[in-house]
Write a protein that binds this ligand. Structure first.
Ligand code: SAM
Length: 243
């Protein structure tokens, strides 16, 4: 893993033409529909074939393996955390590593909008240690300050406005707790992903402002490898903290 405190120049120094071309490539669905309509579309999307294919696509893009690099020291260290949540767990890619790396007495929770994805995760991981719940990121069924560590990977791009989701994550995180947020960036690669998965992309600076507005500290940026960092690939991966 590679870390960085400041924003990378490659992302910040984009010309207007590049921005326009990326916007043209991006899926417009999240901004075209009302949130309830879009959320219902996304739920069906993941309930169906697209959700079924996430294990294949995760293997082909390398994300299934790269997830293992992020969920361990010196990146996002789960040791010592006692209540851990995978927010929008999908097929359980991150839960798999939580089960391996979290303390034996840590509680592991996971939620997703799609019941089918929850079933797939349960079937794939075959562990009774995980507490699965069907929920929407903008209205979570957990008590204030319940978790000391949360992983939210490639889910926030399914919210037209990130702030309701970020506020919920902040609310359920205990003071001093940490959040690993991974999301699609406004790059060419990100715009193509957005088309495939019908999601939006985020500008790093704007996302940072939204996180701070919702009470989170932008602690450090992570990259899967040095190559990802140099070429600005792999999306936005950031460790945030509730003060
Ligand atoms: C690209 S998958 C990522 C899954 C998993 N976090 C991973 O990294 O493999 C996105 C997941 O987010 C879920 N999702 C989308 N919008 C959501 C929402 N509003 N609330 C909860 N989950 C949502 C989808 O059902 C899907 O399982």
């Amino acid at each position: 893993m590679s870390t960085q405190q400041s924003l990378p120049e490659t992302v910040e120094a984009k010309g207007p033409l590049t921005r326009v071309m990326q916007k043209a490539l991006e899926s417009q669905r999240p901004s075209e529909q009302s949130f309830p309509e879009y959320r219902s579309f996304i739920q069906h999307h993941y309930d169906g074939l697209a959700g079924k294919l996430t294990s294949v696509s995760g293997f082909l893009t390398g994300h299934a393996i790269l997830a293992g690099l992020v969920l361990k020291a010196p990146a996002f260290d789960l040791r010592g955390c006692k209540r851990i949540l995978d927010a929008g767990c999908g097929n359980g890619r991150h839960v798999k590593y939580m089960l391996r790396r979290a303390d034996a007495d840590a509680q592991i929770h996971a939620f997703d909008l799609s019941q089918r994805m929850l079933k797939r995760a349960h079937r794939r991981l075959k562990s009774d240690r995980v507490c699965y719940v069907s929920a929407d990121l903008t209205r979570l069924p957990y008590a204030d300050g319940y978790f000391d560590a949360i992983v939210c990977g490639w889910v926030l791009e399914h919210l037209p406005d990130p702030r309701p989701g970020l506020r919920e994550l902040t609310r359920i995180l205990q003071p001093g707790g940490k959040l690993l947020l991974m999301t699609t960036e406004d790059t060419f690669a990100g715009a193509m992903c957005s088309n495939l998965w019908h999601c939006r992309t985020y500008n790093r600076t704007e996302l940072r402002n939204s996180c701070e507005e919702c009470g989170l500290i932008w602690q450090r940026q992570l990259y899967f490898t040095k190559l990802h960092r140099v070429f600005g690939l792999g999306g936005i991966i950031v460790e945030l903290r509730r003060p």
